[in-house]
Design a protein around this ligand. Structure first.
Ligand SMILES: Cc1ncc(COP(=O)(O)O)c(C=O)c1O
Length: 428
């Protein structure tokens, strides 16, 4: 598509956007009586208007039923997670049995590594992306130590080449092949939090399996952002938080995926709890753990009804959108428009003040554009916020802007560019 840097053009794209009405289903934060242009859905998604009612329904059930709410009422809490599983699976390309909402992301990373990182003297390495989100780094280091290995020798990071910001798929593949039979686990992000790079998950999985390793993904920045096919790609396990692109609120519940090929594997170790016990027998309170079938067998504690209610509310907006494919179709163009608009700002300034480090190729990125300012990056960011454009700042020097197809418009993107140019002219 040939883009134009004009309000009329942006508005003309909004007019033909089949998803344009969806933004009315969300609450936008305000400043000085004006809503923000919210470009921070990669960090914390906006509140769906439905959230208050769905949460309120559970507060009412708690009020009216108290403990009886576990088995009584319109949505007995004992089975509440089941209401989410179909839609969660739809969003990540999995069956309902392969996914389960539970805990929070880093906790789930640990629980899944307990099952799928099975090091031995010959095969003990974990291969991951350099610059992964710190929580993943800490979780992986601590798992390696827990098994008695040294992170220095057990963790292999694939890094960008000198002078580059993102990883080349060929380098990921060749490093997996090189480490070969020493790799116990390949554990990557789906989309990197800093650069916004979407990794070739299918190729990584295929290569990991070729060398006999388990393959898992942290989908914090991928789930609800890009189309993934966890089941078809044969990924062993994955987990994600639902508070970014999936709008389930701060500290929202995480989701896990375990491929059905592992359902019958009784050799997999788990850190168990009563909620992973076979549902039909759970309240017999008997000794000796018997896992519930599927991903549900990885549950540990009882259903977190309130965070799940918020996730449930949020999943309804994905259902309304037709799930990930219509959203992705809009996202591809919307984000491409943001690339174009930033290029236009540089053109107007006469030099590359804003360097985009996110890959431009559609298949290598989601809805995030990461920018490094040549000068005064932090001040530029602060001025954007002061003027009602909310992205986020990631140390040491990156401004991340995420146009989210559920609630952002082409006009949002155009106006962000307009503001970026005027701020740049004012301060540089
Ligand atoms: C890629 C990634 N992994 C892990 C985390 C940590 O998530 P949590 O604090 O919910 O465990 C985040 C949070 O932003 C993240 O982006």
């Amino acid at each position: 598509m040939n883009f134009h840097n004009s309000l009329a053009f942006a508005q003309s794209l909004d007019q033909v956007d089949p998803l344009q009405e969806l933004r009315n289903d969300f609450l936008f934060p305000q400043q000085n009586g004006k809503p923000f242009i919210y470009l921070c859905g990669n960090s914390l998604g906006l509140q769906p208007k439905a959230a208050r009612e769905v949460l309120g329904q559970q507060l009412t059930n708690w009020e009216n039923l108290a403990v009886e709410g576990w088995f009584e009422g319109d949505t007995p809490w004992m089975f509440y997670h089941k209401a989410l599983k179909g839609q969660m699976g739809e969003l990540v390309g999995a069956t309902a049995a392969e996914v389960c909402p539970m805990n929070t992301l880093t906790v789930n990373l640990h629980l899944l590594m307990v099952s799928f990182y099975k090091p031995n003297v010959k095969r003990f390495k974990i291969i991951m992306e350099a610059g992964a989100f710190p929580s993943d780094q800490y979780a992986i280091e601590s798992q390696v130590r827990f098994h008695g290995y040294d992170p220095e020798t057990a963790i292999m990071e694939v890094a960008p080449r000198p002078g580059e910001y993102t990883l080349r798929t060929e380098d990921i593949i060749s490093q997996i092949k090189e480490q070969g039979e020493e790799i116990a686990l390949v554990l990557f992000g789906g989309v990197n939090y800093f650069t916004g790079q979407w990794f070739d998950m299918e190729a990584i999985t295929r290569t990991g399996h070729e060398v006999g390793a388990m393959v898992g993904f942290d989908l914090a920045h991928a789930a609800g952002n890009v189309p993934v096919k966890l089941h078809d790609w044969g990924i062993d396990f994955a987990c994600w938080c639902s508070y970014k692109y999936q709008n389930s609120g701060p500290g929202g519940i995480s989701g896990i995926f375990v491929h059905e090929k592992h359902f019958e594997d009784t050799t997999l170790k788990r850190f168990s709890g009563w909620w992973g016990y076979q549902e039909a027998q759970r309240f017999k309170m008997e000794k000796g753990f018997l896992a519930e079938a599927g991903a549900d067998g990885w549950q540990v504690s009882c259903t977190q009804v309130m965070p799940m209610a918020l996730y449930y509310a949020s999943l309804q907006s994905f259902e309304k959108a037709g799930f990930i494919h219509p959203l992705r179709a809009k996202s591809e163009t919307l984000t491409a428009y943001l690339f174009f608009i930033i290029d236009e700002v540089n053109k107007a300034l006469g030099y590359d003040q804003y360097q985009i480090i996110t890959p431009r190729t559609t298949n290598d990125r989601g809805a995030q554009v990461s920018i490094i300012a040549a000068e005064q990056g932090k001040l530029v960011f602060k001025k954007l916020v002061a003027n009602n454009v909310l992205g986020d700042w990631r140390e040491p020097n990156v401004i991340r802007l995420s146009p989210v197809p559920l609630y952002n418009s082409y006009e949002d993107v155009f106006r962000t560019g307009e503001l970026l140019l005027s701020i740049s002219k004012e301060i540089l």
